[in-house]
Ligand binder design. Structure first.
Ligand code: NAD
Length: 248
């Protein structure tokens, strides 16, 4: 268990906070070299420095995943610094209904810039990273993609672009499986219900009567990206305390 990720390089987007940050810490604890990507430069550099201070191997990169040149540069840095990319975790995201200044605005009144932000961060950025990493993984004859969906991608959401983008992460995962399997590349989607990366997520109902702790989702991501899950690919894993069963 202690060395599931020894000599593995993991690139994570959205790694300045929340689920990706928790994953980065856990990968590093288990011997992984982590390349932490986020648009929040101060946050991601501090997070990577904290991992290094504990004896882990990490680098923080400021990149906006909506910009392909920045995505390519982040992947190039991981390859240059650590020699390749073994695991790619597409985690950056968030609902456009939470964009500053627009909370509580009815969806049909949101300006198109807000909708574009939602689609770009939750879908386009992940497709960009998959494209930028795929060639490297094919060269390495293996690798794993983990894409973050959401229970909203299964049940629908009051935020149209978020629900649509999160459903699309399942299609992205299946398509990566079609392309990647002959090259030893696996792909999984993880679709959480409410996760306590923000206290207000506790208000979202689940059958189990609580939201997930961040580490519970991170543990699933680490398992799916480890060799213990070598026969799992093209699958969507729902971790939602039964929320998608409905009736709550
Ligand atoms: N927290 C939940 O309840 C929950 C539920 C279902 C799905 N998810 C999904 O899990 C993922 C992580 O959620 P979280 O709660 O950890 O979120 P979070 O808000 O804590 O972290 C998201 C990170 O993404 C970064 N980011 C935003 N835009 C970016 C951009 N353009 N380029 C690079 N980085 C950018 C942010 O700076 C932030 O650090 C998201 O995709 C989210 O949709 C979360």
């Amino acid at each position: 268990m202690a060395s599931r990720f020894q000599n593995k390089t993991v690139v994570l987007t959205g790694a300045a906070s929340g689920i990706a940050l928790c994953c980065a810490q856990k990968y590093a604890d288990e011997g992984g070299r982590v390349c932490m990507v986020d648009v929040n430069e101060e946050g991601v550099l501090a997070a990577a420095a904290a991992i290094c201070a504990k004896g882990g191997t990490a680098v923080g990169v400021r990149a906006d995943i909506r910009d392909y040149a920045q995505v390519k540069a982040a992947v190039a840095l991981a390859v240059e610094r650590f020699g390749g990319v073994d695991i790619m975790v597409n985690c950056a995201g968030g609902a456009s209904s939470r964009v500053k200044g627009y909370v509580g605005v009815p969806y049909h009144e949101l300006p198109v810039e807000v909708i574009d932000w939602g689609l770009d961060v939750n879908l386009k950025g992940a497709v960009y990273f998959c494209h930028a990493v795929l060639g490297q993984m094919i060269k390495q004859k293996g690798g794993v993609f983990i894409n973050l969906g959401s229970v909203d991608g299964l049940t629908g959401s009051t935020c149209l672009d978020y629900g649509a983008a999160k459903s699309a992460m399942i299609g992205l995962t299946k398509s990566l499986t079609v392309i990647g399997s002959p090259h030893g590349i696996r792909a999984c989607c993880v679709s959480p219900g409410p996760v306590l990366t923000r206290p207000e997520m506790a208000r979202m109902k689940t059958r189990l009567g609580r939201a997930a702790e961040t580490h519970e989702v991170a543990d699933l991501i680490l398992y799916l990206s480890s060799d213990q899950a070598a026969f799992i690919t093209g699958a969507n894993y729902v971790i939602d305390g039964g929320r998608s069963c409905g009736g709550i």
